[in-house]
Ligand binder design. Structure first.
Ligand SMILES: *[C@@H]1O[C@H](CO)[C@@H](O)[C@H](O)[C@H]1NC(C)=O
Ligand SMILES: [Cu+2]
Length: 186
């Protein structure tokens, strides 16, 4: 009676699908810098950079007409000064640059075409570990000063608690899904 068994377990298949969707949500995302405006002199990258929560594994896509702009990943002081004579970590200029965010740290990007950085083609983002619940307390790699002073730009109502609640809710879903899988296959 395999068929009967399958249909009896059908609701569990749904849970499995939901579980898969959650996993996908936690893996990686592509973000086109500037969204529809892309990487150009008119867009406001300060507001763009605060629109999303970036996690390790995400990819930034810089789209622009090759030769009109470029993308430098820089250190914070270079981001602030727009002086690219030092502090440049990586350069991109293809017009369709895919930058994978491989570390949990602050990333800073500028356009090094003359005047563009000072004109607003620059932004910084804080890339977080994909699963904060497992790796939040204890070790943070060598930047003790940046931790306690950090405030959310627009504090929603008790954001910390909300995060905690949604994290434990997710954990609940995962546990439930694992339990179901265990019953199905063991
Ligand atoms: C980013 O994270 C904060 C705090 O966890 C949350 O309040 C906010 O809704 C998130 N924003 C997006 C776009 O996911
Ligand atoms: Cu530019």
């Amino acid at each position: 009676m395999r068929k009967g068994k399958f249909f009896r377990h059908f609701p569990f298949s749904l849970i499995l699908i939901i579980y898969t969707l959650f996993l996908n949500g936690a893996t990686s995302e592509d973000y086109v810098v500037g969204d529809g405006d892309e990487w150009n002199s008119q867009a406001n990258f300060l507001s763009w950079s605060t629109k999303y929560n970036f996690t390790v594994g995400d990819i930034l896509v810089f789209k622009y007409v090759k030769g009109q702009h470029n993308v430098y990943e820089v250190e914070e002081k270079t981001f602030r000064s727009c002086d690219s004579s030092s502090g440049v970590l990586a350069k991109y200029e293809s017009g369709n640059d895919q930058v994978k965010l491989t570390e949990a740290k602050k990333y800073w990007f500028i356009c090094d075409v003359s005047g563009h950085c000072l004109g607003g083609m620059r932004f910084g983002i804080d890339v977080k570990q994909a699963n904060p619940s497992s790796d939040n307390t204890g070790s943070n790699d060598g930047s003790p000063t940046s931790q306690p002073t950090e405030l959310p730009a627009t504090p929603p109502s008790s954001s910390g608690r909300g995060t905690l609640l949604s994290e434990s809710w997710k954990t609940g879903i995962y546990t439930l899904a694992f339990g179901v899988l265990f019953k199905l296959f063991c």
